[in-house]
Design a protein around this ligand. Sequence first.
Ligand SMILES: [Zn+2]
Length: 583
Amino acid sequence: MAISTVRVPGEQELIEDARLDDAWALLGEFSSLVRESGSDAERRAVERITSRLASWGVPHTVYEPELLISLPRYASLVVGDRTYAAKTPSMAVSTPPEGTTAPIVYLPAGYASSVHDIFSGAVLEGDVTGRFVITEGLPMPGKVSDLEARGALGIVCISPGERVHEGICTSIWGSPDLASLGRQPTIPVVSISNADGRGLIARIGDEAVATMITRLETGWRRIPVTVAEIRGSVEPERFVLLHGHLDSWHVGIGDNATGDATLLEVARLLQDHRHKLARSVRICWWSGHSHGRYAGSTWFADAHANDIARNCVCHINCDSPGCRDATVFSDVYSMAEAEGFARQAIFDVTGLQADFRHPARAGDISFNNLGVSTFFMLSSTMPDQLRLQKGYHAVGGCGGNIEWHTEADTMEIADRDNLLRDTRLYAAATFRAANLHVHPLDFRATLTQIDGALRGYAAVVGRLADLSGTYELIASTRRTLEQLYDAADGLGSVEAARPVNDALLAIGRPLVSVLYSRAGKYRQDPALDISPLPDFAAAVAATDSVPDGVVRTELLRARNRLEGALLDVGDAAARVATHPSRG
Ligand SMILES: [Zn+2]
């Protein structure tokens, strides 16, 4: 077994050097900066980071791509003689100044029970044509695009709590291209507090009419993407990508100033210990996450696509670490191949046992189409027990604190001990991933996941497509991978492991891509709930609405893509399985 889980030389010293001086100071500075994408305050936040990088001698570049950004400015909802305070999500449309008026209908939806439900869409039954819809939950893109397609004229979301969470409602991942432009939302959307929502539902009858007023600044803006690079000395072209978002809702301390501070301290540590780095580490602070649906990371994926595809070992997302009461690592996001590595890193640094789930289509995981493995988007969080005890609803960051995406996400949300613990974890995991002789990616686990996902669709798929050959191919590919991992065992240096690592990257690209994406290597899938092997998931989902022949065609193509990926994986593994090292 080639996946090394032991500490790499120099790791302990690196961890022990971690300190909070600059990180905690940065939180204090950020607590007066509302970091809207492309704003002056955000520019000052960039300077707080780059001035420190410069003083430590960390090489860095601030790119300024022009991307589609949407900044909410005003929202209200008027029903009868009552005006409700409201927020509108990024990328919803602005109404005329006098507002838009329509009949309003209530469609019950319920609330997300976990952070994972938050990222999935909700389908609500009922006729909505020519009406506003009022419903529970966050203004997520699945809900908005579904209701818009069914003819709704606007949406009122009832917040799960008394504070209304900010958010973004487009399903377009990053800035639009020709393929995605048509998915830009075309209706106004507002959110109101839970008490207001419940009161409103109680008083609206069949005849109720509402007026929605929204104003957003949506347009192409220059936004800062800050990239630091600490070069490795053995394979400098190969790199680990560590990243998090700089832009925020309000002052966003838990989401994501704590992440920005973590990245800053990791940059300082790696610069100090750079002579021990075998491969390079690129550390990125994105803008356009909150107001451009991951526009910054998506731009980076576009701008450096082939470099990333060829040379990125893995990417590590850092969003909302170090928060109050975030004492456990449960439901940590990791792709299957990185889970063993991530689990061991968490245990070694924190002494805690972690459990995992595969990443949702959310966060700055903008590299699935390029086929890059990832872990840690959503890491430390408060225990479920405590969340229930506090009566907190599920939120998508801040370690589970419900101040997430509100004016209340201030210094109280950060926790010194948890931040230091998480900084050490991110530093150690990054350092390890950059230094292990053999990349810490076990694609046998990915094959198990693919096999399981396929079997999950078997009830529907079995009627319309013969996948017996596909299952056999998964099994034979696994045997070839076993040989590769056996051959990789004990390779004594980064140089000796190069052929194996080339193979691992060549294996990961098609597997990650086929498991997590549909849209092709150089494009982005929508920001909608996506099931494993989405080609098959789409075919299964369509069985009730299209003729069998269409589903059969879809399944044939899905099968071909999966089998093509497996054949490529087998070829790459076989090339080095018997001759792992040229050196
Ligand atoms: Zn965040």
